[in-house]
Design a protein around this ligand. Structure first.
Ligand code: K1U
Ligand code: ZN
Length: 169
């Protein structure tokens, strides 16, 4: 297994739209395993392939404290979203140190392939629902800061650019 470098906002590659996975083969299983290792090491509770510069429809999520409930979603699609909305303070491994409130559907049902290529259906609420929607946004090239005001976004971009320059020097 391998740790993968995570792209940081405002890297343009975070805006790439991911393509569907035609076949769940060993290459996909290897990428999913590397993404899970990267997510646990970060640490985080989710990771989309977009964030590791692999533009395929693949997500890993584990919101458990024991790190024993890994969910892998391949070609996910939301089939039901509640009209009820909920606000949650989100973070993102691609936007380190920034947390802010985002409003999303309170509950979603998602269909996706698993690592054996079988269809799975997950009904989610609370943090799992937030995380699924956040990660599916990554696959569409959307970073959560795009839901914030233009002023907040430009301040965040400037702060992260400065941090990246300091790392290079
Ligand atoms: O970058 C990502 O997409 C992962 C992100 C997922 C997420 C968190 C909170 C709300 C929405 C989506 C993170 O994992 S940020 C780190 C984080 O929240 C966390 C880290 C360690 C323990 C618990 C939470
Ligand atoms: Zn994120």
């Amino acid at each position: 297994m391998a740790l993968l470098p995570i792209l940081h906002y405002p890297d343009e590659r975070l805006h790439t739209v991911a393509t569907p996975i035609a076949e769940v083969d060993d290459g996909v299983r290897q990428l999913a395993a590397d993404m899970a290792e990267t997510m646990y090491e970060a640490p985080g509770i989710g990771l989309a392939a977009t964030q590791v510069n692999a533009h395929r429809q693949l997500i890993v999520i584990d919101i458990s404290e024991a790190h024993d409930q890994l969910i892998t979603l391949i070609n996910p699609r939301i089939v039901v979203a509640s009209e009820e909305r909920a606000v949650y303070e989100e973070g993102c491994l691609s936007v380190p140190g920034i947390f802010d409130e985002v409003e999303r559907a309170a509950r979603v049902t998602v269909e996706a392939l698993d690592l054996q290529g079988r269809i799975q259906r997950i009904e989610a609420e609370g943090l799992l629902s937030v995380c699924i929607q956040h990660e599916m946004d990554h696959l569409k090239g959307i970073v959560f800061v795009e839901y914030l005001s233009r002023l907040k976004r430009s301040r965040i971009a400037a702060k992260l650019r400065k941090q990246q320059q300091q790392k290079v020097l």
